[in-house]
Design a binder for this molecule. Structure first.
Ligand code: ADP
Length: 681
């Protein structure tokens, strides 16, 4: 029923923690997968870049070879046109061979394929020295047959020619028909070395980092140039070199060294960004964990607060600065019998104010809200009304409500239902009163014999004066003056007896509860007749010392009188029982020093009753104030316990200490009337 609806505490479950972890794991896995994919894609992109560059290089190389072969055909045609005689031809062929390393041999043949002249390259030994030229005739013949048919240059397929040094050469024949005035006059046959084609006709920049080779369609390698540095990854590109009469594959192999972790800038960038992303995620996660923990702590604190408020028996109520109720706890609702909904937002008059007191409460609240008067720290008492109309007393303790910024936002009040406490107080007061009345009667009962002794004297005097008067009356008229005197004495004695009786009557009857300001002397005067009665009987000398011009004390007069009387009586009885030689009782009143001053600065009055009796032994001292403890046969044991209760009800203190050289001093204090003018202390 609390007004402030506290948020429900999320009960931390094992399941949710597990789910959170699996979510985290999934997220991390996703990020890792993304990272790997990105790196892989970047790597692939780079590989495709390398591959397409290789394709371009291969196409370039192929282009180089094709145009060089075409130029070579033109060179041969020039050679043919300027070659009427073999000698000149041979000389020209020599110079051409010097310029073209790819040619191994140039031959001039007649139309029947018979050799007319032949020149070998100057750069190496004759290529057919070991094989013998006739053994290669079939290839030459095939190429020339082709050439004749197409009336242009034609190539033979490549073949292997073993060399004198034990190695060999893959060669290919080019046959160019010589035509003069439409008539075939012969052929020029050029023998190409395939590896020299690669070495001389392909631009050197294309071969710097790659291996170029000619292969057959099935992949058999015919010739190669450049050396492949074997890396872990080889890129390959193949393109067809389609020549009249021969088709070969130009193949380029490129390699990359050990694959880099960050193959290029893009990959590195992507990786760096991914790492940054993961870092941010981790930081976010940490932050979230911190927040979650704080949230849990807060929820715990709120739950704790709610449990505490719900279990409180003290009513709690908060009001804003306008006096509107902003919060009540369940105990408050139970106390006044209104549900929280009927109280919240309520200003004045509050539904639990008794109508007859509403005006007073309103004034009190106005003063409070105007901030002119801080509520008393010890709280104040008030009367509230339950929903059923019944009234009950409450103790209200109020304090300003300060928010986190130190600004007052209202008032917080705690309420204690003190009806039960009041009932108990009332009960104990009534029983106390009964007890005191009984004790007073007991005192009087005890004093009955003293009383009879005291009354005996005036009565005896009255009787003797009466007898004397009667004798005088019988004696004659001259005794009128004496009789008058005797009558006067009789009246005086009767008055004295009446006073004695009245003092007892006063003592027993007087019962005004009020605290009043009483002069200490007046207190003593009231009980002195009773004290003197006993003192006279027991032969005790009584000494009363009251400081001059003492201020009055604030007390319940009858009760305090009884206290002094009890102490005096105890003292006299103790001295009598001990058979003291010169029993004397000293009653003193004085102001105590600064130490006893209370907040009002008025201080205390100290009453002492000292005797020279036997003193109080240790075992008796321990139980002295226990009700019904007595060492006397006819004692009730209530006197001292009542005395202490009375004195403490006045806020004072009752104690005792040994007297010197013997006896006991009982002391008690009473507050000085705060309204009194301060006299000399
Ligand atoms: P009662 O007088 O009925 O015994 P009290 O409570 O007045 O009851 O006293 C309790 C006991 O304290 C007495 O029985 C007595 O033994 C002891 N007592 C009280 N006053 C004195 C005193 N002045 N000197 C010695 N003993 C005392």
């Amino acid at each position: 029923m609390s007004a402030v609806e506290l948020p429900r505490t999320p009960v931390p479950r094992r399941g949710s923690a597990g789910r959170r972890w699996s979510l985290w794991a999934l997220l991390i896995a996703l990020v890792a997968a993304l990272l790997v994919t990105l790196v892989w894609l970047a790597g692939r992109y780079e590989a495709s870049q390398v591959q397409s560059k290789l394709e371009r290089d291969t196409a370039d190389a192929l282009g180089d070879i094709r145009s060089a072969l075409t130029r070579n055909v033109q060179t041969l045609q020039a050679l043919q046109s300027g070659a009427p005689g073999t000698t000149t031809w041979t000389a020209e062929a020599h110079s051409v061979l010097r310029e073209h390393r790819e040619w191994m041999r140039l031959e001039w043949r007649d139309s029947a394929m018979a050799p007319r002249a032949a020149v070998d390259t100057p750069y190496r030994g004759a290529v057919f020295a070991r094989l013998g030229r006739p053994n290669a005739h079939a290839d030459v013949a095939l190429a020339c047959a082709n050439a004749r048919r197409v009336s242009g240059p034609a190539y033979s397929s490549s073949y292997f020619v073993p060399q004198l040094d034990g190695l060999g050469l893959e060669v290919m024949e080019l046959c160019l028909p010589l035509v003069t005035a439409g008539q075939l006059t012969g052929y020029v046959v050029a023998t190409y070395s395939l590896s020299e084609i690669l070495g001389s006709l392909v631009g050197p920049q294309l071969m710097r980092s790659q291996e170029v080779s000619f292969t057959e369609a099935d992949g058999t390698r015919l010739a190669m140039h450049g050396s492949a540095r074997r890396g872990s990854r080889i890129f390959t590109s193949q393109q067809l070199l389609d020549l009249p009469g021969n088709t070969m594959v130009l193949r380029m192999d490129s390699w990359r060294g050990a694959p880099d972790l960050f193959p290029n800038v893009l990959t590195a960038l992507v990786t760096a960004m991914s790492i940054a992303l993961v870092t941010v995620l981790v930081l976010l996660g940490k932050d979230m964990r911190r927040r979650l923990r704080a949230e849990h702590d807060l929820a715990d604190a709120l739950a704790f607060r709610k449990a505490m408020e719900d279990s409180l028996v003290t009513g709690l109520r908060a009001r804003d600065l306008q006096g509107r109720i902003t919060y009540v706890n369940p105990a408050f609702c139970a106390m006044v019998g209104f549900p929280a909904e009927e109280l919240l937002g309520y200003s004045t008059p509050a539904p639990y104010w008794p109508p007859e007191l509403a005006d007073e409460y309103q004034k009190r609240q106005d003063i409070r809200l105007a901030g002119q008067h801080a509520p008393p720290r010890a709280g104040f008492e008030s009367v509230f009304m339950r929903k059923d109309g019944s009234r009950f007393p409450v103790l209200i303790i109020e304090a300003p409500l300060i928010n986190a910024h130190g600004v007052q936002t209202g008032w917080m009040s705690a309420f204690l239902d003190i009806s039960e406490q009041r009932r108990v107080e009332e009960l104990s007061r009534a029983s106390q009163e009964r007890l005191q009345a009984t004790a007073r009667l007991a005192t009087v009962g005890e004093m009955a014999s003293l009383l009879s002794h005291e009354l005996n004297q005036p009565l005896a005097a009255i009787s003797s004066y009466a007898t004397g008067s009667m004798n005088l009356l019988r004696g004659g008229p001259h005794a009128k003056a004496d009789i008058e005197l005797a009558m006067q004495r009789i009246a005086e004695q009767a008055e004295r007896a009446g006073k004695v009786i009245k003092s007892v009557h006063d003592f027993v009857r007087r019962r005004d509860q009020e605290r009043e300001a009483v002069a200490p002397q007046a207190l003593l005067d009231a009980i002195m007749p009773l004290v003197s009665l006993q003192a006279r009987k027991l032969g005790v000398r009584v000494e009363v010392k009251v400081q001059d011009s003492l201020p009055p004390v604030l007390c319940d007069r009858t009760m305090v009188e009884q206290v002094v009387l009890n102490l005096a009586r105890n003292a006299m009885q103790a001295m009598d029982q001990a058979g003291a030689a010169q029993p004397s009782l000293a009653i003193q009143v004085r102001r105590t020093g600064g130490a006893g001053r209370d907040a009002a600065g008025k201080g205390w009055m100290e009453f002492t009753v000292a005797d020279c009796g036997p003193g109080i032994p240790e075992d008796v001292a321990q139980q002295l104030f226990t009700p019904f403890f007595t060492t006397k046969a006819e004692g009730m044991g209530l006197g001292l316990s009542l005395c202490r209760t009375v004195v403490e009800q006045h806020g004072g203190f009752l104690g005792f200490e040994p007297n010197h050289p013997r006896g006991t001093i009982f002391k008690f204090t009473l507050p000085v009337d705060p309204g009194a003018k301060t006299g000399p202390a």
